[in-house]
Write a protein that binds this ligand. Structure first.
Ligand code: HEM
Length: 419
């Protein structure tokens, strides 16, 4: 099979449950030119090199593939969960240095080291309380849906509390986020689809503008209030930028973590011996979550990068101006990087992975996502009695890019109380 047709198979929904054989095929040519003139990069060393290469741009407005998809023309980059919807100011996710670095630092000032080192760690007891309550709510039931009952509500509650989004508002933005992230809905013609996404983007923006204003008037102990009121050494973000960044954190802050937790439960139920080990040794959750980010990553590829210069790599020259897609999920299973890549081995000696990307755009929320998944999986393992998959494979969400189950029904015999 040619690499171009392997890529078509990866995008095809009927392969969503197991795209990995097609990734194996892609890696036979580390750098592949597709018929539309864009390039796919699928091997670990080459992806890692390009993630760190200043000749590779994240600026969406430079990207020919984004323009062809009608994305850059409206400043739109919805599919990456950036919230950069129609007419929206791009966030630091879609910027290059020096602007990327400056806006990332301004946001990080209130989220992590060096200025606010304790923010994520301080949330651990609250995360445990949320998970405890979600699992308590399962008692008396024999069938649960891991997505609706655990994997979705945990990260959405955490990111809302962190940002200062009122609890009831989730009902409002969930629908808009679903529409804004929908990459393809076969029932709709492209124009209607574009229009629906534009409308959802507008609603999201109005929602975040209102929140930023409210937090500026009455600041709380949350990230939005801090970003809206604090003039750090590098100044404040312009309001437009603040609204886009708030949406980026809100959306990137939960969509991906949902998939990490549900992919994690699915993987553990397919590997009962590992589930049992986690029950006996909760410390195993730390390397286990890293192995999950390698083995079943929530983000399968980074699209819309642009070569700023001719780049010679793996015997190919990627010409200046070409669009690149870095296929993280293929790199994670590169046998030249890890031994026995198709096996889930939580305590493998090398658990370096591309699950959070790399280089200057390395995931901003990684410490938060890691902690949420570690707590959710440990509590799942220790409290649910005799969990079994009710469907294998489960149904998947449409996206080939943010990949995970839409529902994960499991049968249980009961719920143990928390030790
Ligand atoms: C398991 C969960 C998560 C995964 C797998 C994930 C994955 C990623 C990846 C692959 C990138 C790199 C994108 C690129 O290079 O263009 C990224 C960037 C980013 N992530 Fe995450 N993410 C997760 C959770 C989170 C959370 C919880 C937050 C917010 C609190 C977050 C916020 C961001 C932001 C703001 C960026 C852009 C960073 C930059 O451009 O400098 N992510 N994430």
């Amino acid at each position: 099979m040619s690499q171009a047709s392997s890529w078509e198979q990866i995008l095809d929904y009927s392969n969503r449950a197991n795209p990995y054989p097609f990734y194996d095929d892609l890696r036979k040519t580390p750098v592949t030119r597709l018929p539309d003139g864009s390039y796919l990069v699928s091997t670990y060393a080459e992806i890692a090199a390009l993630l760190h290469d200043p000749r590779v741009s994240s600026d969406i407005n430079r990207n020919p593939a984004a323009a062809a998809a009608g994305a850059a023309a409206v400043g739109e980059n919805d599919d990456d969960g950036s919230g950069d919807g129609p007419g929206m100011t791009p966030t630091f996710l879609s910027m290059d240095p020096p602007d990327h670095d400056k806006f990332r630092r301004i946001a990080m000032r209130h989220f992590g080291p060096p200025t606010t080192p304790g923010r994520v760690a301080a949330m651990e007891p609250r995360m445990t309380d949320i998970v405890t309550e979600l699992i308590d709510n399962m008692s008396g039931r024999t069938r649960i849906d891991v997505v609706d009952d655990l994997a979705y509500p945990l990260p959405v509650t955490v990111i809302c509390e962190l940002l200062g989004v009122p609890p009831g508002d989730e009902q409002r933005f969930r629908v808009w986020v679903d529409v804004a992230l929908q990459s393809t809905d076969p029932g709709l013609d492209p124009e209607t689809q574009q229009k629906k996404r534009a409308e959802a983007g507008k609603e999201l923006r109005a929602f975040m503008e209102e929140l930023v204003e409210a937090h500026r008037q009455a600041p709380g102990n949350d990230l939005l209030s801090a970003m809206a009121t604090d003039d750090g050494p590098e100044g404040r973000m312009p309001d437009e930028q603040l609204v886009s960044t708030g949406l980026l954190l809100l959306i990137a802050g939960h969509e991906t973590t949902v998939n990490l937790i549900s992919n994690g439960v699915l993987t553990l139920l397919r590997h009962p011996a590992e589930l049992q080990r986690l029950r006996n040794d909760p410390d195993l959750a730390i390397p286990m979550v890293e192995e999950l980010l390698r083995f079943e990553p929530p983000v399968h590829f980074v699209p819309f990068r642009t070569a700023l210069d001719d780049i010679d790599i793996a015997g190919t020259t990627i010409p200046a101006g070409a669009s690149l897609t870095l296929v993280l999920a293929a790199g994670n299973r590169d046998p030249a990087h890890v031994a026995d890549p198709d096996h889930f081995i939580p305590d493998r000696p090398n658990n370096q992975h591309l699950g959070f990307g790399g280089g200057i755009h390395l995931c901003f929320g990684a410490p938060l996502a890691r902690l949420e998944a570690q707590i959710a999986l440990t509590e799942f393992a220790t409290r649910l009695e005799n969990p079994r998959l009710a469907a294998d494979p489960p149904p998947y969400r449409p996206s080939p890019f943010l990949r995970g189950p839409s529902h994960l029904p499991i049968d249980i015999d009961g719920v143990a109380s928390r030790q």
